[in-house]
Design a protein around this ligand. Sequence first.
Ligand SMILES: [Zn+2]
Length: 336
Amino acid sequence: MRLRAGVDLGGTKIQVVIVDDEHSVVGEARRPTPTSGGPEAVAEQIVQAVREAAATADVEPSELVGIGAGSPGAVDARAGTVAHARNLTGWEGVFPLGPTLTEAIGPPVHLANDVDVALDAELALGAAKPYSSIIGVWWGTGVGGGIILDGKRWDGRGAAGEIGHTVVRLNGAHCPCGRRGCLEAYAGRAAMETRARRLAKRKRTSLFAIMEKRGRTQLTSGVWAQALEEEDALALALLERAVAALGAGVASAVNLLDVEAVVIGGGLGTRLGQAYTERVSAAMAPHLFVPENPPAVHTAALGDLGGALGAALLVLDRGANTKAPPRQARASSSSR
Ligand SMILES: [Zn+2]
């Protein structure tokens, strides 16, 4: 049995899967992302998570065919480095994540951008399977994105797909990227939290009580989801604002590229699920230039494990294992 590992490195958690040739998950582990100690601490936690996942799959970590890892920040796949992973504490510089993991565990490590691998997974195994042209919208802390045209990812000059920084309002809200009016300034979880903290001073909301009860220090997707269940007025209003911005931004991208489908993933997209996918779809409608022929809009089908499953696919694309089933999409090699 040739087993591969996939690592999804996120701002709050490290998710690892061990998969077989059929992409079935045969082992799994999840650990919180360290918030101190910088990239070294994160790498050490990944090593522990891979070992733990390998143990649940009954395989020695050194016997894995390869390890794929999806990471935020600027990924240099060739060098195996990650830089400017802004959602991870203390990761401003360039860190040799690939070589560090290989040295500790043994198998070759293949890196790519986290959103790219998640979209590749949806294309190969999930909601985007029937389509050859797709816009992926990864709705989480920020709003990431990816573009598939003719079955291949469109990288542009390395930075394509940043749908979160398309402008939905001139001179609009401040975006975490430092600019104004970006989609992410309205729909990104980080921007939504900043606004919620400001508005909570004069509006009643249970958002922060829920956060504390869950032992969190940030408004996670789970906190937002629970506030919605409790029909918290501020949470509802902020999500409505986010949906309106997503409708405008995604519809504009569809007007430009005329893709067959839009896949909505990411922490919030996955957590809020089908109901919110439908709301985004409805919010897109008035902005579509050809409203009688809208694209299909789906929630990412692989859910929480999409990033890790996509990362495991990197081993097939880049590794020596050529016996594995072929994929629709080519390897993720972005360095954005
Ligand atoms: Zn921006």
